[in-house]
Design a protein around this ligand. Structure first.
Ligand SMILES: Nc1ncnc2c1ncn2[C@@H]1O[C@H](COP(=O)(O)OP(=O)(O)OP(=O)(O)O)[C@@H](O)[C@H]1O
Ligand SMILES: [Mg+2]
Length: 458
């Protein structure tokens, strides 16, 4: 990678020089601007990789500068300098696409962290463009560790595999995986771990939603004997247990606000202190977090700290739901069919063609996990050697509640009526959405929108 070009925009010359000194030592090429107009002149003259922008500036608000840079200079990443404790501004910067922030008065450590994160991100991006990793190659490499192949031919899955390969090589950065339930978040986390240098070390997966708040610290940080009633023996927490390996923290959005600062501190310092002890233990753990909520909206609702969000989102990947990558449905179906029929020693010779028509049209609210369970159930239900649609759906059951939902005054609401008509048409069309749309005399896209609107799970 060539020398990174960094622009510092701050009206205080002392701060500019201090930051410059630090960056020059890190072998960056540095430009200084005391005002937004000077900064935009520099941005117009050369390619700036990173702009460090103070929020409080003469002429123009730093947030407006951020917005303008993001609009005009797509390849420039922006780090914001905020006044300590200004969480509202941090949220606004996050929404506008700043890669990180550090507080004023600034500490070298925070500046360093923001720069390292940006550098790793820029390296990752240039790798991502040149990466040629194929799904089958990665799948073969991972199969001995995760016990099965990674299936998928869609453009989105190819992107996911590229992401796994590239991010696995930057060993310490945290990763944030988002996606609906059952889309493969844990699979991707394992993939990153087993493709990385850490693959011979532990991989622990903990669901944050299942750890009671009062036990969070002892579970994750460990405790000494007698630290609290019930602490009968000394115990290492998940961080120490994952030393040199990877800690996968599922449903990170469920972390209580009160525990978030403690977790943030561990991520920052990589030092854990067992409950009841005063001695910190240095650890080396890669944290991969996953969420099926949108963390951005939790931040906006004040339920998730923006500084923790920034710490986690160095590398983020969103796993699209199965209905948005339909090419993967049949290969996954065949994979689960082969695997499960073999596991229970049942011979399935044929699959009725209507199953292949129906599957890509199904909504899959439970994504890959639902498809997997669906295939298992169908194989169990099948008495012969041919799978047909009756092994997958039971339209009669779906119709049972039709027209029974009434509003308080005894009238069926228009809203409910529309919803029920859609459910009925879907059932009539054996859940082939294009057929149901034809029955309703609306387009497929309109039907999709209504299914989303009414949250109909098919
Ligand atoms: N591309 C894939 N190829 C093969 N198997 C897959 C694929 N994606 C997911 N699976 C399988 O589907 C199941 C669900 O995946 P996983 O547990 O990773 O989902 P998740 O996103 O973590 O779900 P949740 O949000 O409910 O925790 C697992 O058995 C996993 O191995
Ligand atoms: Mg999971």
């Amino acid at each position: 990678m060539e020398k990174l070009q960094v622009l510092i925009l701050d009206d205080e010359p002392g701060i500019r020089s201090e930051i410059e000194e630090f960056l020059v030592e890190m072998n960056f090429e540095v430009f200084q601007a005391g005002s937004p107009s000077e900064a935009f002149r520099l941005l117009g003259e050369r390619t700036i990789d990173v702009a460090i922008v103070d929020i409080r500036l003469p002429e123009m608000d730093g947030i407006d500068v951020l917005q303008e840079i993001k609009r005009q200079y797509l390849n420039t990443e922006v780090i914001m300098i905020t006044a300590h404790g200004e969480m509202d501004s941090v949220i606004r910067c996050m929404r506008l696409g700043a890669i990180d922030f550090f507080n004023k008065p600034f500490r070298l450590k925070d500046l360093d962290r923001a720069i390292q994160k940006t550098k790793a991100y820029l390296q990752f991006q240039s790798k991502q463009q040149s990466c040629t990793a194929s799904i089958s190659k990665v799948s073969n490499e991972l199969a001995p560790f995760i016990g099965h192949e990674i299936i998928g031919t869609s453009r989105q899955m190819q992107e996911v595999v590229k992401f796994m390969c590239n991010v696995s090589s930057s060993d310490k950065t945290t990763v944030l995986i988002s996606g609906e339930s059952g889309t493969g978040k844990e699979l991707v986390a394992k993939g990153i771990h087993y493709l990385s240098q850490r693959k011979r070390q532990p991989f622990h997966s903990i669901n944050c939603a299942s750890v009671p708040d009062e036990l969070f610290e002892s579970e994750f940080f460990g405790h000494t004997k007698g630290a609290f009633s019930g602490a009968v023996a000394e115990k290492a927490g998940w961080f120490e247990a994952s030393h040199r390996g990877t800690l996968f923290m599922d449903e990170i959005g469920d972390l209580k606000l009160s525990t978030q600062p403690k977790f943030l501190r561990v991520l920052d310092d990589m030092i854990v202190t067992r409950l009841g002890s005063t001695k910190g233990v240095k650890i080396d753990v890669r944290v991969i977090a996953a969420t099926n909520h949108s963390l951005d909206s939790l931040v906006e609702d004040g339920l998730f700290r923006p500084d923790l969000y920034y710490r986690l989102n160095s590398f983020t990947i969103h796993l699209p739901p199965l209905r948005k990558r339909k090419e993967d449905i049949i290969p996954l179906f065949q994979h689960f069919l082969r695997a499960y029929a073999k596991a229970i020693e049942k011979q399935i010779d044929n699959v009725d063609s209507r199953v292949f028509e129906w599957l890509p049209e199904y909504y899959f609210p439970g994504n890959v996990r639902e498809l997997k369970h669906m295939v298992e159930r169908a194989i169990i239900l099948c008495n012969g050697t041919t799978l047909d649609l009756s092994h997958f759906i039971n339209p009669g059951k779906k119709l049972s509640n039709l027209y029974t939902i009434r509003t308080d005054d005894g009238m069926t609401s228009l809203h409910e009526l529309e919803k029920q008509t859609i459910i009925q048409s879907l059932a009539k069309a054996k859940y082939v959405k294009s057929h149901a749309a034809r029955l309703l005399n609306i387009s497929r896209q309109a039907l999709d929108r209504k299914i989303d609107k009414f949250k109909i799970s098919i």
